[in-house]
Design a protein around this ligand. Structure first.
Ligand code: AP5
Ligand code: ZN
Length: 215
């Protein structure tokens, strides 16, 4: 299956992507994760991306698209994938469509996670990420009293772009650049919306049910 996850910052895309991709046995491809890995490794790509990410702006399309093209060309993505964080604007969506057409395939479903702005701010302000295994935690909802990953013992860190003023800017960028994708994919007839409130498990169940019978 070829799936795109869309939704505002903090909607739970990364959280759900790890479960959904595992359940469907497809690779989870997160552009945010790939950028962050490049930043921490100090690559050229990371250096170019960092200034945009720290401000909460989108990394330029030519950089992002080249990176996604490389990743989707890898053998593990040939029979399916779950994209988290890409496409992020209509030009990226149009490019993805052409790219997949070159390979004679197409997207099956675009899953939109719907959640209101207050909840998003609450989720992002308490988010912690494991430096070793990338698992996403929340200080309140997961009752994290220390900065240690329960899965692997790695150190948990807070993302630079989760500061309040950057979060607010990311939400504006989402409304301006990314929200129009809902109409774009609605027009293609492959958009499925689910409520992303409730527990992580409830949202995963809703997502899997929606993916099993998308029509
Ligand atoms: P990216 O990493 O994609 O960030 P984002 O879209 O802003 O999304 P987030 O990762 O902040 O949120 P999420 O929806 O994954 O939520 P999460 O699961 O963590 O992008 C970062 C930057 O990279 C961009 O700003 C841009 O600069 C650049 N970039 C990336 N892709 C790009 C592209 N295509 N083009 C250009 N630039 C690009 O959940 C949040 C918190 O809530 C966690 O703590 C979690 O534990 C908690 N939580 C989740 N679900 C629940 C629940 N049901 N109940 C309670 N808590 C929950
Ligand atoms: Zn970990």
């Amino acid at each position: 299956m070829r799936i795109v996850l869309v939704g505002p910052p903090g909607a739970g895309k990364g959280t759900q992507a790890q479960f959904i991709a595992g359940h469907l046995s497809v690779p989870k491809i997160s552009t945010g994760d790939i950028f962050r890995a490049n930043v921490s490794e100090g690559t050229d790509l990371g250096r170019r991306a960092k200034e945009y990410m720290d401000r909460g702006d989108l990394v330029p399309d030519e950089v992002t698209i080249a990176m996604v093209r490389d990743r989707l060309g890898e053998p593990d993505a040939r029979n399916g994938f779950l994209l988290d964080g890409f496409p992020r604007n209509v030009p990226q969506a149009e490019t993805l469509k052409k790219m997949l057409a070159e390979w004679d395939v197409r997207l099956d479903v675009v899953l939109e996670l719907v959640v209101d702005e207050d909840e998003v701010v609450r989720r992002l302000s308490g988010r912690r990420t494991c430096v070793s295994c990338q698992k996403i935690w929340h200080v309140d909802f997961d009752d994290k009293r220390d900065d240690v990953c329960d899965d692997c013992g790695g150190h948990l860190f807070q993302r630079e772009d989760d500061k309040e003023e950057v979060v607010r800017h990311r939400l504006e960028v989402y409304q301006r650049e990314t929200a129009p994708l809902v109409q774009f994919y609605g027009g293609e007839g492959i958009l499925v919306r689910i409520e992303a409130t409730g527990t992580v498990e409830e949202v995963t169940r809703r997502a899997l049910t929606a993916l099993e019978s998308p029509a």
